[in-house]
Ligand binder design. Structure first.
Ligand code: F6R
Ligand code: MG
Ligand code: MG
Length: 376
C-alpha cells in the first residue's frame, strides 16, 4: 500500500519560558488526533515534543499536501493554543501566524515534512526533531548520511547505493530549487549547502539501480522560514525531518552516525547564536542553559500497514554519551565568547533577528570622520 508520513510541528506556548511543552497541550493534541483517527482522517499518530515545540507525527493514505490532514494539524494547534492562553503559557499561539486555515499549512507558521511511499515489506523510518535552530542544521547530517562514504559504508558496500543519491536543494530566499547528483556533483552540492542559512536540503531521492524507486523521496526536511512569512523575527524555525532506512537505503546506524559529532548550528539564544547540536533522548529535550543548547531527538518507527509501531527513543542510548559530553564542552567554550562572533551570528544573519531594531536606534549617530560629533 501507499502510505504518507506527515510531520507537522509548532510552538504554541512554552512551559516555562521557551523551554518545554506543558503536559496539558500534549493531552489536548492526543485527544484531537485520536478523534481524527476514529473518523478515518488519519491511520495512526504519535504526539511528541522537543523543547517548546509540539510535534504531530501522522500517517494516512492520501499523499502529501492533503488538505484534511493539514487542517487537522492546524485545528489541533488552535485547540492547544486555547489551553496555552488559559494557563498563560509563554508565547501562546506563537507560531500560528495567520488567522484562519487556507488549504495548506505551509506558509502559515508551523513546520511540515512529508513523504509518500510504497510501504516495503518492512519499513523503518526515523523522525528527527530539533529545537532552537533552523532548517539548514539538517544539511550536515543529511549530507553525511546520503553523500559521505566515510559515514555510510553502504555507499561503497551495498550495490543498491553505489550509484549514489540525488539531493534537492532550496534557496529559501528566492524559493528556487536545484537538483544535484551525488557523487559526481558532490563538490557543487557542498559549495551550496555549506551556506546553511540560505541553501537547504529539502529532499533526497535514490538513483536508478536502487531497489527503492528513484521517484520516491527517501528523506524530507521542513524548510519553513518564520521570518519570511511574518516579515519580522518571531522565533526560530526549529526544523523536523523524516528519513527512511535500510534495505537499499542507509541503515538506521548510518543515519544516526552523523549526530555523534555535535556540529555547530545557529539558533541558540534569541535565534542569534551559534552552538553545538546535542543529541538527546526525549526525556532530556527540555531547553535550559542560555535557552539551549540546541537539541535533536530521533524517534524510530516501523510502519506496518500505515500504523506507527514505536517510537524507539534512539538518542536515549549511551552510545551518544560522548557526543553529549563533547557538546557540553563546546557549549562552555562558545559561551565564553559572550556577545562576540562567532558565538553570536554574523552581521548578515543577525538581520533576521531583533538586532536591526537596536541598530536603527543608533544609526543616526554615525557621522563621517571629518564631521564633528554631537552628543545626544
Ligand atoms: C525562542 C528562543 C529564545 C528567545 C528568548 C527571548 O525560540 O530562541 O531564546 O528568543 O528567550 O524571548 P522573548 O523575546 O520572548 O523574551
Ligand atoms: Mg517558544
Ligand atoms: Mg522551539
Amino acid at each position: 500500500m501507499k502510505v504518507t508520513l506527515t510531520v507537522i510541528k509548532a510552538d504554541v506556548g512554552g512551559f516555562t519560558g521557551h523551554s518545554n511543552v506543558h503536559p496539558k497541550l500534549m493531552e489536548s493534541a492526543n485527544k484531537s488526533l485520536e478523534a481524527a483517527k476514529k473518523k478515518g482522517i488519519i491511520l495512526d499518530y504519535y504526539v511528541a515534543k522537543v523543547g517548546d515545540d509540539l510535534q504531530l507525527i501522522m500517517t494516512h493514505d492520501k499523499g502529501v499536501d492533503y488538505k484534511k490532514v493539514h487542517e487537522l494539524a492546524w485545528d489541533t494547534f488552535i485547540s492547544a493554543t486555547a489551553i496555552a492562553k488559559e494557563l498563560k503559557l509563554y508565547g501562546a499561539g506563537q507560531d500560528l501566524l495567520v488567522d484562519a486555515f487556507s488549504g495548506n499549512i505551509k506558509g502559515m507558521g508551523p513546520g511540515c515534512a512529508e513523504l509518500e511511499f510504497e510501504e516495503r515489506q518492512s519499513e523503518p523510518v526515523i523522525v528527527f526533531m530539533m529545537d532552537k535552530t533552523e532548517p539548514g542544521a539538517f544539511n550536515f547530517p543529511i549530507f553525511k548520511m546520503f553523500g559521505d562514504p566515510f559515514n555510510t559504508a553502504g555507499l561503497i558496500i551495498d550495490p543498491n547505493m553505489i550509484g549514489g543519491f540525488v539531493f534537492e536543494v532550496l534557496d529559501i530566499y528566492t524559493n528556487k530549487k536545484i537538483t544535484l547528483n551525488s557523487p559526481e556533483e558532490l563538490y557543487t552540492l557542498l559549495a551550496l549547502i555549506g551556506t546553511k542559512s540560505k541553501y537547504v536540503i529539502k529532499r533526497v531521492y535514490p538513483r536508478a539501480g536502487n531497489k527503492v524507486s528513484e521517484k520516491e523521496a527517501v528523506a524530507a526536511i521542513s524548510t519553513d522560514k518564520l521570518h519570511l512569512i511574518a516579515g519580522e523575527y518571531v522565533g526560530k524555525d526549529d526544523p523536523v525531518a523524516i528519513v527512511r532506512c535500510q534495505s537499499g537505503l542507509p541503515s538506521q546506524g548510518e543515519i544516526l552516525e552523523p549526530f555523534a559529532f555535535p556540529h555547530l548550528v545557529s539558533g541558540w539564544m534569541r535565534g542569534s547564536h551559534n552552538g553545538p547540536l546535542m543529541p538527546v533522548g526525549i526525556n532530556n529535550s527540555m531547553i535550559t542553559r542560555f535557552d539551549g543548547p540546541t537539541r535533536v531527538v530521533g524517534l524510530g518507527f516501523q510502519i506496518a500497514n500505515g500504523k506507527l509501531i514505536g517510537p524507539a527513543d534512539l538518542f536515549g542510548d549511551i552510545a551518544f554519551d560522548n557526543a553529549r559530553k563533547t557538546a557540553l564542552d563546546i557549549a562552555d567554550y562558545m559561551r565564553r565568547h559572550g556577545p562576540f562572533e562567532p558565538h553570536r551570528l554574523s552581521e548578515h544573519e543577525m538581520e533576521y533577528t531583533s538586532m536591526p531594531k537596536v541598530m536603527n536606534n543608533i544609526r543616526k549617530r554615525f557621522v563621517g570622520l571629518d564631521e564633528s560629533t554631537t552628543s545626544d
